[in-house]
Write a protein that binds this ligand. Sequence first.
Ligand code: BDP
Length: 681
Amino acid sequence: EDGYDLWLRYRLVANPDDLARYRTAFTHIVVSGNHAVLRSAGAELSRGLSALLGRSVPVTNQLGKGAVVVGVGDLAAESFTIKRRADRVEITGGDERGALYGAFRFLQHLQRHRPLSGLDIADRPASPLRMLNHWDNLNGSIERGYAGKSIFAWDELPGLRERYVDYARTIASVGVNNTVVNNVNASADFLRSERLTGLAALAGVLRQWGLRLWLSANYAAPITLTADRPSPVTVADPFDPGVQKWWQDKIDEIYRLIPDFGGFLVKANSEGQPGPLDYGRTHADGANMLADRLAPYGGRLVWRSFVHGGFSDWAQYEYNVFHPLDGQFHENAVVQTKNGPIDFQVREPVNPLFGGLPRTNQLVELEITQEYTGHSTQLCYLVPEWKTILGFPTYQGPGTGPTVADIVTGTAYQQHNVGMAGVVNLGDDRNWTGYQLGAANTHGFARLAWNPRLSADEIVTEWIELTFGLDQQVGSVLKAIMLQSWETYESYTSPLGMGYLTYPLGAHFRPDPNSTHNLSHYTTSEGTGFDRTAVFPQLYADHWRDVYASPDNCPDELLLFMHWVPYTHRLKSGKTVIQHIYDSHFAGYERVLEFRRAWGRLAGRVDQARYADIAATFDAHVVEAERWRDTIVSYFYGFSRILSTGAEWLQVEYPNRGLLIGGRANDLPLDITNAFRTSQT
Ligand code: BDP
C-alpha cells in the first residue's frame, strides 16, 4: 500500500457475511449501450467488483440473476439512480456521465460495506461546472505545487501514460466534469498547433471518463505565436480584427481536433499577465471576444477576477474592477472568483464579489493545493473552511441570502454556467498529493462541488472509509484530527484574520512576518492589524458592513483583517489581543503534538507503509508548527515587549536565538525558567 489508489481502493471485503451476500447478489455486469463512457463504467464495475469480491465479475451481455446493469434512462443530465430489483441492480444515468457517476457510487457503497437494502439511491450534482485547475507548466513544474512534477508529460504527447487513465478515473469518481490542464500563468505555447495535436490525445482519454479538457490561454498568444511570421499580429486588442481572426482560426482548429473542448481559462492583467486593459478595453470586452467565438461550439470562457493593485489594498481592488462590469459578460462567459478578497489565506472574509455580481455567471475558486495552508508537510483539511465559505449568507437579497452555495449552484440567480473550480494538488508523486492525507482535500472539494450541503463530518468519514477501510478506531481518531486541523493551522500561523505572514517568494509556507509588513498588517509597538474600515466593509450588504466596520461587532477571527487595534484590545473571550496571539500559537503547537500522539496510537491498525509515511508527516508538521509559533510569537513580542498577561503561558527568552518561546509554566525545564523567566503576570 503506497497510497496510489487513493479512494479508489478496492480491497477484498473482509467481513465474511457481507462478502457472501455481495457474491450472491453481483455476478456479472451488463452495459446497456455502446458509448465510450458507458464502457468505462462497465470496466470500472468489473475491476472494482472483481477486487472487492475476490473473484472475476465480468462484463457480459446476459441479463438474468446477479446482473449489475448500467445504462441511460429518462433522468436529468448527470444524475443517476441505483435501484435494487428482485434479481439485479440497475444503475441508470440521465446520460452516460450520470451512469458513470452511479457506477462509482455503487462501488463506494460496497467499499464501505453498506447493506444491500441501502441500494436505493438517487442523486444529482448541485453545480453544473465542477472543475479542476492545474497550475502545471510546460517544463513539468507546478506553480507552488507540492506533489512532485506535473502528471502530464507534455512533450510525450500524443504518447499516453497509463497514469492519465487513473487520473481521469479518480476525478470522475467524485463527479468532476471539467479540467484545465495548464497553469493560469499560461505559456502561449500550449496553443501551438503541434501541442494541440498532442493535447487532443489527452482529451481523448479524459473524454472516456466524462471529462472535458480546457486550456489556460495567454491573452497575448496571437502576438507570441505569430512573431516569426512575415506579417505578425502585433497587438492583443480584443477589438482588433486581426486579433479576432487569429483567435477565430485558433478556436476552429482546436474544435477540429477536440470536438468537446471545454474552453479557455484566462488570467488577464493580473500579476504581469497581458490582457485587454493594455489596449484600453475592459475585462468584459476581453472575455466576450473569446466567449463569442467559443459559443457556437458549446465552449465556455472562464475569466478570473483575481486582480490586485500591487501594494495598494488588495481587498478592495478586485471588487472595484469587477463590480462595475456586472451584466456585461456574455452568457457563456463565466467569472471565476477566489473565495476571499486576498489570496487563499487560512482565513479571509468571503469575497464581496459573491452577491456583488448578480448578473454574472460565477465560479468560486478554491485552493485545494495547500499553498498557504501547510504545503505537504502540515495536515490542513480544508472542507470545514470551504463549508463556512459556501454557507456564507451574503444578505444581498431576500432574507439573509443568497449564500455562496446558492450562487454557484445557480439557484440564486437561475444560472447554468456556474459552479466550483479547485486549484488542484495532484502531481506525479506516487501518492499523488505529496502526503498521504492531502488527497482528502481533493476528494472533499469534489464532493462539495457535487453537493455543498454535505457536512464536513460526512465527507471526511466517507474519505477515511474509502481510503483506510472501516476500522472504527482509525476512523474516529483520524476524523477528529482532520476536523480540527484547519483551525489548528490557523491558530499557530495567523489567528485573528491577519493572514499573509508567509515568506513571499518560492513556496508560501514558511513564516516571515517582516516581509509582509504593510501588506497584510501594520505592526507597531502599540498594536497591529490592518485598518480597512474606510472602504472595505461597505462592499458588503448593510448587515455585514455593520458587523465588519465595528471592532466590537467584528468576529474575533477576522478582527485584524478589518481593524488595527492596540495590543490591549479585549476580544470577545475577554483576553487581550496580544495574549490571544501568544496563547493561540502555543495551544496550536500543542494540538499538533496531540495529533502526532493520537496517530501513534494507531500503529498496527493501518498498513505499515502508509502508517509510517503519515507518522513522518506528523514529525515534520511538529517542526513547522514550532517554527511558526516561535517566529510569530517572537515577532509580536519584539514589537510589543508585552509578556504574558495571564498565567496560562509562561514566556521565556532564548537570548542566543533572539526568540521568545515558551510553554506551560510547569513543563519548562527549570534552568530555563529560572534563568530567563521574565514575567508571569
Ligand atoms: C497566488 C499564487 C500565484 C498564482 C496566483 C494566481 O501565489 O502563484 O499565480 O495566486 O492565482 O496565490 O493567479
